[in-house]
Ligand binder design. Sequence first.
Ligand SMILES: [Zn+2]
Length: 196
Amino acid sequence: MKNKSVIEEADDVRRAVEMVQLGARMQMLEVETRLSREKLLKIYKEVRGASPPKGMLPFSTDWFMTWQPNVHSSLFMNLYRYFTGPAGVQGLDAILKSYHLYLDHIEAGVIEPALSLTRAWTLVRFFDADLLQMAACTRCGGEFVVHAHDPVHDYVCGLCNMPSRAGSARRKTTTRKAVAPTRKAASASSRKAVVA
Ligand SMILES: [Zn+2]
């Protein structure tokens, strides 16, 4: 790109280094800086001591809906919305600040971060493209990532409604002790489980 000043380029290098340190893939670096691919490859190798992985980013919105990724993505999006709202931070800076804070939260809880920086970046792009939205859980009031245009008036989040028995719920052979409550209640709840 033309008219690139030395200061702008230095700024791009600094951001590229920070993104690589946080685990960014090449696609993100190419979109978010004005540096050449050659220069980015050089930075990548220097910071990580290895070449970047090849291939496309396999991400679809569905990944963000699975249970653990959804909890992590929702935490990230809440931080991101704080930075882009009340804190007035924009663009890549908001993503990087949110991601740092996300890692702080996750590491404080001694959990593995399920959300990579590149996925977090993709998540923001999905929001920008109106493919995803936030919905408030009707039980805990927390805000969670859901598909855009999903009905959300009775939304219940993955923390309030933990997935478990989903497919293998009720097998004929295991009903010996569990039938204790009234038959009506049991059949009502099994009907609910089928609907869910
Ligand atoms: Zn909830």
